[in-house]
Design a protein around this ligand. Structure first.
Ligand code: HXC
Length: 271
């Protein structure tokens, strides 16, 4: 991995990183980056087979790994997983709140349950993880990273549910920076742009939508999960010791022109 060319491979030696939704996609990319700089990694997600495959990848990078099959909507399951992580890997130094659900749906067609499902997974699930990890983060003077989205910054067509959830996440991030800063806990968000090969892109920009979208990103390409991992390692590292309450946008400039074109492409595809 590129990160090993630029950062010491023992930067996170002895530290434990807990990643929600770590079985695939961006979150697995983040877990890989931490593993590559020496961290022990706990990952949770709903699908055991994804967790098993992720475990093999992370172990091949030399990491000690714990997996927990759970749904972040279940607070008690997260409490159990945090306790098990402390027992097996040591107290959590970095919590990555990445578990998310999403789909394209115009608001007038969105059911209350659909809206609530996304808010429950993304926002309430992030709160659950933070609350469950709080004592350990306080002990380690650790760091929280939220995986937000451009939908938090500007409105995207057919994304009211994800936008509400991610905007909530960013405000939760700032609240925790304020309230838990005195304990030495930092709290920041990353806004990834479109990342190649992820479930999110399969859902939000299938086929032709993806091709068109790529053409309007200022850097003219999708990002790689590893590039979000690089940002995560930086934000959790001592290099960022005075950074808290901030949002780091890692999107190749995607959000700069606004969401109008994406909206047009999506409305064409949905109609
Ligand atoms: C409209 C939909 C829908 C769709 C589900 N629902 N898919 N509505 N269009 N395509 C509605 C259902 O109809 C149902 O409401 C309600 O959502 C709950 O659906 P379930 O399948 O029963 O729920 P659940 O198992 O809780 O599933 C959660 C989910 C699902 C989020 C709805 O899509 C999911 O599990 N996704 C997998 C993870 C995922 O999406 N990963 C990508 C994240 S990308 P009714 O009323 O009909 O019963 C991401 C990127 C953000 O977050 C932005 C990046 C730029």
């Amino acid at each position: 991995m590129d990160i090993q060319k630029y950062l010491p491979s023992d930067l996170f030696h002895g530290k434990t990183v807990f990643v929600t939704g770590g079985g695939s996609g961006i979150n697995l990319g983040i877990a890989r980056s931490f593993a590559a700089v020496g961290a022990k990694v706990a990952i949770c997600g709903r699908t055991q087979s994804k967790l098993d495959a992720a475990r093999a990848e992370l172990e091949s990078l030399g990491a000690k790994v714990l997996t927990a099959a759970l749904d972040v909507r279940d607070y008690d399951a997260l409490v159990d997983a945090m306790e098990k992580t402390r027992r097996d890997l040591g107290p959590v130094s970095v919590l990555v709140c990445g578990a998310a659900g999403n789909f394209l749906c115009k608001t007038e067609e969105l059911s209350p349950k659909g809206f609530r499902s996304v808010v429950d997974i993304d926002l309430v699930g992030s709160f659950h993880a933070c609350r469950a990890a709080y004592e350990q983060l306080k002990e380690t003077q650790g760091s929280i990273l939220f995986v937000s989205a451009g939908q938090s910054l500007i409105p995207y067509i057919a994304q009211a549910h994800a936008g509400a959830a991610k905007a909530g996440i960013d405000n939760l991030m700032r609240n925790l920076a304020l309230e838990w800063g005195p304990y030495g806990i930092r709290s920041n968000s990353i806004v990834p742009g479109p990342i190649a090969g992820t479930e999110g892109m399969r859902r939000l920009a299938p086929g032709d939508i993806g091709k068109k979208l790529e053409g309007v990103i200022p850097l003219r390409r999708f990002g790689e999960a590893e590039e979000i991992g690089n940002a995560a390692v930086f934000l959790a590292s001592p290099l960022a010791a005075y950074i808290t309450g901030t949002t780091l946008v890692v999107d190749g400039g995607q959000n700069l022109p606004g969401a109008g074109l994406f909206g047009q492409i999506v409305m064409d595809a949905l109609s």
